[in-house]
Structure formats: C-alpha cells, structure tokens
Design a protein around this ligand. Structure first.
Ligand SMILES: [Zn+2]
Length: 607
C-alpha cells in the first residue's frame, strides 16, 4: 500500500542566517548573477565615495581649522570619489565576474578586503605623523576586519550595499553640482556689486613667470636669444635692470606683490597661507570698479587656498584634466610623487600642469565673457619654467648643447655632473623661450581685441632659479642673486617708452605702482610707485631692499636655508646675506654680480 502522498509540503523554515554561505535560500535565488554585479557596483561606489569624502573632510579640517596649506583642489569632494570609482571599478571587474560564476564564492570577501585596504591606505596618507609601516599595517587590519564582516553579514550586504552605494554616489553628484553653482553665483554677485569704474580707466594685466631669473633672459644680456618678444615689447615701456624679489620662492613673493609687504610681515609660509590681515591689489582694484580675475598654473602655492585669490571675482587654479583627477586623491599623489616610479615609467611632468597656452586660453575665455564697460585686472601665473623643465617642441631642443641623458626631477641635483647640469639649463632656457613666444601670442590677442593700448602690462617673475652657482639648485634654498634677481617690465599708459632703470628696485613696490598708473590716488599699500624712477625730475633715492626665506626642512645641511631663517639686504651696491647659522656674506654686486668673492671671509664663506 502506498503511503498517502503529500500534496503541499510545508515550507522549511529558513535557518537563522549567520553566514551567507550557510544560507541556501539566498544562493538559490535566480538573480544571483545580477545581485553579484549589483553588490560589486555598490561596493565600488560606496568605498569610492567614502574614501573621497573622508579625504575631503580631513583636508577641509586642515585648511579651515588648522590654517595649513593642503596643495589639493577644493573640488576634492567630488573629484576624488569619481577618480576612486573609476579605479575601483577596474579592479573590481574580475571579482564581479567571479561572483557571476559562483555567487557564493570567495569573491566578496576578497573584493571587500581589496577595496577596504586601498581606501584605508589612501586616507591614511593624510596622517603625516604615522610611520609608513604603521599606515600599511593599519590599512591591512581594516581590510581584514571588513572582509570578515562581509562574510558574516553577506545577505544583508546583498540587500543594503547596492542602495547605499547609489545613495552615496548621488550625494557626490549633488556636491559637485552644488559647489559649481555656488562658485558661479558668488562670481555673479561680486561683479554685480562692483561700484562704477572711472571712465577710461586702464586695464591691468599682471603676468608672472614663475621661477624665471633675469640672468637667463636675452633682455638682460644673456647670450642665448631666449626673449626676443619681450625685448621688442619692453622697448615700448620701462625695463628694470635690478628688480629684486622679496623672497626666493612663490607664496611670499606673490603675496608681497599683492599686498606691498615684506615677507616677514606676512603669514604666508611653507605651510601657511596668506591671511586677510592686509588688503590685496585685487581687492583695491575691485573697490574701484575693476572686474578681477586670476589664472594660475602653480597649483602648489598660488591656488585659491593660498590666500592669493582674495579680491578676485573669478579664479582658476586646478583644472579638470585626467592628471587633476589623479592628483585630487591621496593615492594618486602618493604615486605621482614617487621618484622611482616616475623614473621607471619615464613620466616626469607634474600631472595636470597647465602650460602657458592653457593659461592664456582660460584668460581669453574669461576676457570675452566679462561684463562690458568695465576695466579688468587679470593675474596670470605661468609655471612652464619651474622644474621639471619640460618645454614643448620645438623649444625642448632649441638650446640643446649636450647628449647626456637628462635628470628632470633634479633629485639630489648637487650630485649632477657638469654636462647633466648643462642639460637642465638648456631645457630651462627652452622653457623661457616658450614663455616668450606665448607672450607674443597673448599680446597679439589683446591687440586684436583693441585692448592693448589701454592696458598696463607688467611682466615679472616671482623669483629666480639656481643651477649650482653657489652649490645649490632650484630655489627657496638661499638668497643669492640667481634666486632673487628677476625680470620686470612695465608697459602701458603712463610708463615711459624705452626707459631702462638701473637702480635696484623691490617687487614690494608693484601694487603701489599699479594704483599710481591706474590713476587711483588712495593707496593702502606701504611701498612707493616705481614711477619715481622714470618720472622727469623725480628723485630715485631708495632705502635698503630686503629679501627673506624661512628655514626649510628636508635639505642637505650645506644648503644655507637648512639651518635657519635667512635675510639679506641690498644697499649702496652691496648685498649682505645673513645666514641661518649666524654667518654673514657680503658682496659688491656692482663689481661682482656673480657674488663670487665674499668680502667678509673672516666671518665664514661657503665652499
Ligand atoms: Zn614660484
């Protein structure tokens, strides 16, 4: 006899799910493949958003509460998540495919471990106080814990992670749109609130060639024809033969040109931005009805976070190139600054570095869209002559004089051979020639718009560069003339055509000069107008000029700035340098412009 057949077997109660692999119901779902992909995507979006947002929050804390420079774009909140999402998606693909084949397999724990490690490793790059091995260990610990967690709560993750990932991605998109709109609204409001400008007020164009020393310009007698365009242009205005920057590096020098202050008066330092204690040139010009703007290629020390954007209605620093996305992430910066990696793959340029053509394009786009009927003030920072010196063709080979392989990263440059140094100088000269050619294009563009004749154009550098003349390289390392003597040309209404000023002048006087030429009588800047050097019958007697640099870390002990703060004074044709260790050097720079003979040898001279 057959046993009575059950027609409707009672469903088995689902066992309490402690682990996904012990949950047959979940594994038997027909949508296992789709859910593996959705889960992987959710993990990618979630980890990318959390990593980028965590980095953004730490950087905002550093800049806004610790008042320290971060050297990272303020758009990190959306650019970093986007970059991480792209990277994580590529890395997650093989895991997701494994999940499609075997939804219950090891892929989930492995993927969580990988993404958790990369996220923690990246965010911990911002914890500068930790030893690298401690960072790595901590990241590994986080990865193991989260992988274990994923294994235990697999069914819940399957439900929650795709939704959470999408929600975080939506938050990132909203942050991106919101911050872009906020910047546009701020610019419009600022332009709408400007007072009327004086009729016929001249425009002001401040062109700063970062890291260009005067002695490498044919304008100043250099044998190579590096600046034919500037030579022609300078003949229409005033050339200063002894312009001295207030500091041998970017931020305090720019800040001095914007505020008329010596470096020791300013908050601007290696790690600190310019604060709002003193008014800036842009603020004063905006108060006089100018549409103000800045376009900068030096993203280390001149972007908005540096404090130099104060008073600018429009300011462009970091761009949106793949390199900018890479550099928005801590992981990308970690890789990008790795000397061994860069050398191995032969990639020496700074990712995202804008060349002079890009800066000009940004400026001209803004110029054509600016409010009609207003004079403009535009500040353009060009970074092409900063190391690594990588001018575009044909300037890369224009002055090549050696066939030895180059060392563009200038790593331990003091160990370079003479031909290697020559190779770097050749490329540096090529970079200056490129800047000069771009100057010609820019002037042509202004002329074509009918703007050039009523524009005060200032061509200047923030500081120079050293190629071992005193045993040191690049800049910010000493106060010798190659670091401080910069080109300065002023052309436009009020500037005497063809004048050459031989007296030493300081860049600190630039804001007072600009206001003077623009016809703005009330100047809050402490310097004096340089027009006193070319105005008929004007006395050109001057007080001493000062240059300063704070102690810098990470340099060899024989670098003058490695042991302490430095100051130097120019007076009566002499240059007195006070070294960080208390030693003094004195040079007669009229007879000895190379500063080869220290007149105070008893007090110590550098080898
Ligand atoms: Zn600079």
């Amino acid at each position: 006899m057959l046993a009575p057949q059950r027609t409707a077997p009672a469903p088995m109660p689902a066992p309490p799910a402690r682990s996904a692999d012990a949950t047959p119901a979940a594994a038997r779902r027909p949508d296992g493949r789709e859910s593996a992909i959705a889960l992987a995507l959710g993990l990618v979006l979630g980890f990318a958003a959390l990593t980028g947002l965590a980095e953004g929050a730490l950087l905002a804390f550093t800049r806004l509460y610790l008042h320290r420079l971060t050297h990272v774009t303020s758009r990190v909140f959306w650019m970093a998540p986007v970059t991480y999402a792209a990277l994580f998606a590529v890395l997650a693909l093989p895991f997701a495919l494994a999940g499609v084949r075997r939804p219950r397999g090891w892929w989930l724990q492995a993927l969580v471990a990988l993404l958790a490690f990369l996220s923690a490793y990246s965010v911990l790059q911002l914890a500068t106080g930790l030893y690298p091995w401690a960072r790595d260990l901590l990241a590994a610990g986080v990865a193991i814990r989260l992988a274990t967690f994923a294994s235990r709560f697999r069914p819940r993750l399957r439900r929650l992670v795709p939704r959470a990932g999408l929600a975080l991605a939506a938050l990132v998109v909203l942050l991106g749109i919101g911050s872009t709109l906020a910047a546009r609204i701020r610019e419009r409001r600022m332009l709408a609130s400007l007072p009327a400008a004086r009729a016929g007020a001249p425009n002001v164009l401040l062109l700063i060639w970062d890291t260009v020393r005067a002695s490498s310009l044919s304008l100043y007698g250099y044998a190579r024809p590096t600046t034919p365009v500037l030579e022609r242009f300078a003949s229409r205005g005033v050339t200063f033969e002894q312009a001295i920057s207030t500091a041998p590096w970017t931020l305090p020098s720019h800040a001095g040109m914007f505020t008329g202050r010596w470096a020791h008066e300013l908050s601007a330092g290696w790690r600190t931005p310019l604060d709002d204690r003193y008014p800036t040139l842009a603020e004063v010009l905006a108060d006089n009805g100018y549409a103000t703007s800045g376009f900068v290629a030096n993203t280390h020390y001149t972007t908005a976070e540096s404090g130099l954007a104060r008073g600018m209605a429009h300011y462009e620093g970091f761009g949106s190139s793949p390199g900018d996305f890479l550099m928005s992430t801590a992981l990308g910066r970690r890789l990008a600054w790795d000397r061994l990696l860069r050398t191995r793959i032969g990639s020496f340029d700074i990712p995202g570095r804008k060349n002079a053509a890009s800066i000009d394009d940004e400026f001209l786009r803004w110029l054509d869209a600016r409010p009609a009927g207003r004079p403009f003030f535009a500040f353009l920072n060009y970074y092409d002559a900063h190391e690594p010196y990588l001018p575009p063709a044909p300037y890369d080979t224009r002055f090549r004089s050696t066939t030895v392989p180059r060392k563009p990263l200038m790593w331990q440059a003091w160990k370079m051979t003479a031909p290697e140094v020559r190779g770097e100088r050749d490329a540096y000269d090529g970079s200056i020639a490129y800047l000069d050619a771009r100057l010609g294009s820019l002037l042509q563009a202004l002329r074509g718009r009918g703007l050039l004749d009523n524009t005060i154009v200032v061509v200047v550098a923030d500081h120079g560069e050293e190629f071992g003349e005193h045993g040191v390289f690049t800049h910010g390392n000493s106060l010798y003339l190659p670091s401080l003597h910069v080109p300065l040309v002023v052309v436009g209404p009020g500037a005497a055509a063809g004048a050459r000023v031989a007296a030493p002048v300081t860049l600190r006087d630039l804001p007072a000069t600009v206001l003077d030429l623009a016809g703005i009588r009330r100047s809050p800047f402490p310097g004096q107008s340089l027009a006193r050097f070319w105005a008929p019958g004007a006395a050109a007697a001057d007080g001493p000029l000062v240059a300063e640099v704070g102690q810098a870390s990470g340099l060899p002990a024989f670098y003058p700035v490695a042991v302490g703060d430095m100051r130097s004074v120019f007076a009566g044709g002499y240059h007195l340098i006070l070294d960080g260790d208390g030693r003094q050097e004195l040079y007669d720079i009229r007879r000895d412009p190379a500063e080869a003979r220290n007149l105070l040898p008893a007090r110590g001279v550098r080898p």
